[in-house]
Design a protein. Structure first.
Length: 356
């Protein structure tokens, strides 16, 4: 029996990009997309949130200058809502998700499409290579690229090609997206992991290709970083509520660190006030051992070769526990009461570090 391709989208690439308050990054991100050398039709669809820093005006100017750029509205400013609006507006058979805070390496799209065909996969992703300008952002970027910082997901530095649990950003077959449904708009963070779970459950392959590289620019201040990680942790907790053991074991390390810290503080107060003393106090002091080991790990990471100048190393001493504790705190809240209306507020406001 022949397959009916009469309703299949035409061959081509629809790049989709949610955008909110990206004045210092949007133009570079768009240039990296439009510079992709492809021999098929291309469009870039920007899903515009209600930016307050002039980003929308930049987007309108870019769209007026290049007919490949199209704009759709994302008034709720939620990433999966914007992605779905852009995908629905897309015309072509391959959907490539891009981030306004990132830049695609030359040849990224062509290589990804070759990998799609070579492997028969339905979604292909590569390595997220974080970079920074100022010492703080450099410290964050180094930890993003380290398994100690973000728990060793393949796209943070994996070297071996093969089937994967999820894909960073993602180069996806439109027909498979139409089959399994688009992004779940009730999930504000981790929406890519949940979509890839459905893709795999439907019998399709998600593939990691380490030759694909995307430059990512992390948050520019400590407050923004803490907000981002708390929100991301809360939504991972929500995903654990929904999908249980399908979540990897690495996701449970930060909340364990938070719980150990809380227990250690309580025991310390009881010891100082004399409520806990003698053999019981000695036994309870065991809780300090893993925290001391963690503190030594943080110092070792900050002092390790490649840690940059003194300011970057000092920031590392603060950034690494911030990432883990903020994520773990958010995770515990997400598991206990759900993520609710938690949003990543780290993109709100007008202060974004411009690129060189």
């Amino acid at each position: 029996m022949q397959h009916d391709d009469s309703h299949a989208p035409p061959v081509g690439v629809s790049f989709v990009m949610p955008v909110l308050n990206e004045r210092g990054y949007l133009e570079h991100a768009v240039q990296s997309v439009l510079a992709q050398a492809l021999d098929v039709p291309v469009e870039l669809i920007l899903a515009l949130g209600p930016s307050t820093d002039g980003t929308t005006e930049i987007a309108n100017r870019l769209a007026a200058d290049d007919e490949r750029i199209r704009l759709v509205d994302n008034p709720a400013a939620h990433i999966p809502v914007g992605l779905n609006a852009a995908i629905r507006a897309g015309r072509y058979s391959t959907v490539i998700r891009v981030d306004a805070h990132s830049e695609l390496s030359p040849g990224y799209a062509a290589r990804a499409m070759q990998t799609l065909e070579r492997t028969g996969a339905s979604n292909v992703g590569g390595v997220m290579h974080a970079e920074g300008r100022a010492p703080f952002q450099k410290a964050v970027a180094r930890l993003y690229n380290s398994p100690v910082g973000l728990g060793g997901g393949a796209y943070h530095g994996g070297a071996h090609e093969g089937e994967a649990e999820s894909a960073y950003l993602g180069v996806m077959r439109r027909e498979v997206l139409d089959e399994v449904g688009l992004f779940d708009e009730t999930i504000r963070r981790g929406e890519d992991w949940e979509l890839n779970l459905r893709i795999r459950q439907a019998g399709h392959r998600v593939w990691f290709d380490p030759t694909l590289a995307v430059t990512y620019w992390p948050r520019e201040s400590w407050v923004r970083l803490a907000r981002q990680f708390r929100a991301t942790g809360a939504w991972r907790g929500e995903l654990v509520r929904r999908f249980g053991r399908r979540n990897g074991i690495r996701f449970f390390a930060p909340p364990v660190l938070v719980l150990l810290t809380i227990v250690a503080v309580i025991i310390g107060i009881l010891q100082v006030t004399g409520v806990l003393s003698g053999p019981a106090s000695l036994i309870a002091s065991i809780v300090y051992a893993p925290l001391a080991a963690y503190a030594l790990l943080v110092v070792a990471v900050a002092a390790a070769p490649g840690g940059g100048g003194i300011r970057q190393r000092l920031w590392t001493l603060l950034v690494l526990p911030t990432m883990h504790l903020a994520w773990g705190w958010g995770f515990l809240g997400g598991v206990l009461r759900g993520a609710g209306d938690t949003v990543d507020a780290s993109r709100l406001g007008t202060r974004n570090t411009p690129l060189p």
